[in-house]
Design a protein around this ligand. Structure first.
Ligand code: DOR
Ligand code: ZN
Length: 351
């Protein structure tokens, strides 16, 4: 049995949804993560600082103080569209609750229909973000029908990200939930203004988990799981110690019936087993000593925020992940349902 104590981590990419989903999503995250970057792909999307502020209040109203960590803080984001007014960026910055702006290429993923159709249309908004120091968070996939779904991230780097990095040398960019060796290499060798988040599911799984022998919809997320060589490159990036890579769970629940159907939604709920799963990956690489930097240092350092000061303790001890969770009246089949996990977070908070 081994104990590991680390500075309390943050989650730099999270979907909390809204309404009756909030008690599940907020409290599962707040159990461990002090700060969470909250994705804006609601229906309708979070387009203004005023909408972000209202959403921020709904999130805090759902917090259960008995289980949440001290000082839980949702860091809000705006959803970028072709028509985002640079003045809205300034209002967001002034709000003090909005910490980033999210770029969804139109049609790339869940609730992205209102996203950006042509990157040059948002250049005025990006200029303002660069000027004000507001990071751009990127869903890095092209949406062209003639580009294979497994190639969409790689093609996005060449067509969109590389020009963006060149044209906005002062803009902080987070390449979200990377899934390929090309993305890991692009970030590792890029300027210091470029970083990436890596999810627990892209570290644990590859496309065989999704497709070998049967279609398993609870492994379907976007960007889609890739072949195992890409998984290996992501594990090397996450556990290798580079400050360009940090924790972002992309935990994104969908009701069971919305995933187990003819056109199942993309998204995996993992908040309740996230830090435990990352610990497993790092332990398997003999890199547990690097978990703290990935989970708790690299993110705040990149965003220019202070590191957390309290700590959590993990214990190497087997337990079984829940088969199902409740999101309002809907069941959710979470990541690692019924599976044995090898690390648990001890309930007590370490001062
Ligand atoms: O798998 C995903 N689910 N990828 C995304 O980009 C969006 C997310 C969601 O909102 O369900
Ligand atoms: Zn996401």
């Amino acid at each position: 049995m081994q104990d590991l104590e680390i500075t309390r981590p943050d989650d730099w990419h999270l979907h909390l949804r809204d309404g009756t989903a909030l008690p599940l999503t907020v409290n599962a995250a707040a159990r461990v993560f002090r700060r969470v970057i909250v994705m804006p792909n609601l229906k309708p999307p979070v387009l203004t600082a005023a909408a972000a502020l209202a959403y921020h209040s709904r999130i805090l109203a759902s917090l259960d103080p008995a289980s949440a960590c001290e000082g839980f803080e949702p860091l809000m984001t705006l959803y970028l569209t072709d028509r985002t007014d640079p003045a809205e960026i300034a209002r967001a910055k002034a709000s003090a609750v909005v910490h980033a702006v999210k770029l969804y290429p139109a049609g790339a993923t869940t609730n992205s229909d209102a996203g950006v159709t042509d990157i040059t249309r948002v250049y005025p908004a990006l200029e303002e973000m660069q000027r004000l120091g507001v990071p751009l968070l990127v869903h890095g996939e092209v949406t062209d029908a003639d580009i294979d779904v497994f190639d969409r991230e790689k093609v996005f780097i060449d067509r969109t990200l590389e020009p963006l990095v060149r044209d906005f040398p002062g803009l902080k960019i987070v390449f979200e939930h990377i899934t390929t060796e090309q993305a890991a290499a692009f970030v590792a060798t890029g300027p210091a203004t470029l970083a990436a988040t890596i999810t627990p599911h892209h570290l644990l799984y590859n496309r065989n988990h999704l497709l070998a022998g049967a279609v398993r919809p609870h492994f379907f997320c976007l960007p889609v799981l890739k072949r195992n060589t890409h998984q290996d490159a992501l594990v090397a990036a996450a556990t290798g110690g580079s400050p360009r890579f940090f924790l972002g769970t992309d935990s994104a629940p969908h009701a069971r019936q919305a995933k187990e159907c003819a056109a199942g939604c993309a998204g995996i709920f993992n908040s309740h087993v996230a830090i435990e799963s990352y610990a497993e990956v790092f332990a398997a690489q003999g890199a547990l000593h690097r978990l703290e930097a990935f989970a708790s240092f690299h993110g705040p350092d990149f965003y220019g925020l202070p590191r957390n000061t309290d700590r959590i303790r993990l214990r190497q001890e087997p337990w079984t992940g829940p088969d199902t969770l409740s999101m309002g009246s809907d069941p959710v089949i979470p990541m690692r349902a019924g599976e044995q996990l090898s690390w648990r977070v001890l309930a007590e908070q370490v001062a």
